[in-house]
Design a protein around this ligand. Structure first.
Ligand SMILES: Cc1cc2nc3c(=O)[nH]c(=O)nc-3n(C[C@H](O)[C@H](O)[C@H](O)COP(=O)(O)OP(=O)(O)OC[C@H]3O[C@@H](n4cnc5c(N)ncnc54)[C@H](O)[C@@H]3O)c2cc1C
Length: 459
């Protein structure tokens, strides 16, 4: 329990209404993990200076601090416990500046991605990054998890979107490197340490974000591909095309697609030819008026070359929404098969076919009531993989041995875009190079010697 005297000090720093306990906290949704609010004390500073004062106090009193953005994280990074405080960025949600001519925005850490997307769209710009949790996920949380998403194959992950960063360290010092330019070589690029650090090294309070030109999505198609290799070949062809721009390429293996379409509908999409792999591709075209037919021609070429079996082009915004719903409402798998384990891996594209073959064969050995599901962001080889039993949860260690077999030799990663949090700690200690692990521990103890920043996460 946090002593009443400390609560009083926290109230003095941020104001009484910004320290939530008891009933006030009951009104707040725990988010992706039911244990996120276990600390039962949430402090929501309004400024960097208040954040620094909270951390100074907590560091002095050795009170652990768990940062919270939108609580959409999927690896337990926001889980808190009694005796800790949650530091929520919810009151630091301003877009301070947006420079249309430079294509940059200065934002506070608690602003949602959706809010920045809307502000950028008003200036005919985009964020260059998009994830399905956009309505709740915050820029600070996305920086702290180095979020990826559907546009990463074109614009990079969050690391590539950040030009400048302001971070409050465990001892309350403020590290400000708010460069607004892509070229800045002022010694070690310290801000990179905090990107993907999941709140274990400091609190991201402000950032300079690089914006991108807006997408003019003019054609969307659901495509049934003859094989995984065919899907990657089609992806490369569409990327290299001079007549269209490939904006998105999402991937669904057969089991995922069939379960999603059967439960989400509509029947018109379920009528697409049976295939091992389905893609959702979105394009813009040099000649926008004929964008639909340009994509149709590209897919017809794919059929002639033996890459594509069938395709359905969205003819309206409603049909586009129906196609996307199959990919974005991925929790449909959990609703149908609640006894599952989920993984977030990356596989280099040249190995995707053999990895999926090995995955299907491995799952088959686990028994007739076990199902494997894979979907994700094709361009990055980023797969979200689920393994569920119809009656009970399959043995997690056995599932892991199937999923991680040969992944490192292939050059893949056991943690693609969701981070380590609590859930992937075992993988980190067994699969990561020991020297790298040593350096991580050294950096952690240097920046947070008292171990107050999100303890137990990552390391
Ligand atoms: C439906 C759905 C779709 C998703 N799709 C994607 C996707 O395509 N790509 C992807 O990468 N992720 C995806 N995610 C995962 C999640 O949305 C991202 O990890 C996101 O970046 C988390 O942001 P958040 O604000 O919710 O952070 P939180 O969940 O609140 O926190 C995540 C981690 O960051 C830390 N943290 C939060 N804010 C700060 C801060 N200001 N300073 C320091 N540390 C902080 C927390 O302590 C925690 O460790 C998805 C999640 C859902 C539910």
């Amino acid at each position: 329990m946090i002593p009443e005297t400390i609560l009083a000090d926290l109230r003095l720093i941020v104001g009484a209404n910004s320290v939530k306990t008891g009933e006030a906290l009951d009104l707040i949704h725990p988010g992706s993990d039911a244990n996120n609010l276990n600390a039962a004390v949430m402090v929501a500073p309004r400024t960097t200076v208040e954040t620094a004062a909270v951390l100074r106090l907590c560091n002095k009193q050795r009170i652990a601090v768990v940062p919270h953005g939108g609580r959409t994280g999927l690896v337990g990074g926001g889980v808190s416990a009694t005796g800790q405080i949650i530091l929520s960025l919810s009151s630091m949600n301003n877009i301070e500046m947006l420079f249309a001519s430079a294509g940059t925005a200065i934002v506070q850490g608690g602003v949602t991605l959706h809010a920045v997307q809307e502000a950028a769209a008003c200036q005919h710009l985009s964020t260059g990054i998009d994830i399905a949790s956009r309505g709740s996920a915050t820029i600070g949380g996305m920086i702290s998890t180095n979020a990826g998403g559907m546009e990463a194959f074109r614009h990079g992950v969050m690391r590539q979107r950040v030009l400048g960063l302001e971070v409050v360290l465990a001892d309350g010092r403020i590290m400000s490197d708010m460069a607004q330019v892509p070229k800045s070589n002022e010694g070690y690029d310290i801000k990179q340490l905090f990107i993907g650090a999941e709140g274990t090294l400091g609190i991201v309070t402000r950032a300079v974000i690089r914006l991108a030109p807006p997408d003019a999505i003019t054609a969307t198609a659901l495509v049934a591909c003859i094989s995984v290799d065919a899907a990657t070949s089609l992806f490369q062809q569409l990327q290299a095309s001079h007549t269209l721009h490939l904006l998105r390429a999402e991937f669904m293996a057969q089991n995922y697609f069939l379960t999603a379409v059967e439960n989400l509908g509509p029947p018109s999409l379920a009528s697409i030819a049976s295939a091992p792999i389905y893609l959702i591709v979105e394009t813009d075209a040099v000649d926008q008026a004929s964008a639909q037919s340009i994509l149709e021609n590209a897919l017809a070429e794919g059929i002639e070359e033996g890459l594509v079996l069938d395709a359905i082009l969205a003819q309206s915004e409603k049909e586009r929404g129906e196609i996307w719903n199959i990919r974005e409402d991925s929790s449909v798998i959990d609703r149908v098969y609640p006894n599952g384990h989920w993984f977030d891996i990356s596989v280099p594209l040249q190995h995707l076919e053999s990895w999926l073959k090995q995955f299907d064969e491995g799952i088959a050995v686990l028994g007739p009531d076990v199902r494997g599901f894979a979907f994700g962001h094709l361009g990055d080889g980023n797969l979200h993989v689920g393994v569920a039993g119809t009656a009970s949860k399959p043995d997690k260690e056995m599932v892991k041995s199937i999923i991680y077999a040969h992944l490192r030799e292939m050059g893949g990663s056991f943690s693609a875009e969701h981070g380590i949090g609590l859930d992937k700690k075992a993988e980190l200690t067994t699969l990561v190079n020991p020297v790298k692990l040593d350096l991580m521990r050294t950096i952690k103890s240097l920046l947070d010697p008292n171990g107050i920043m999100n303890p137990g996460k990552i390391l």
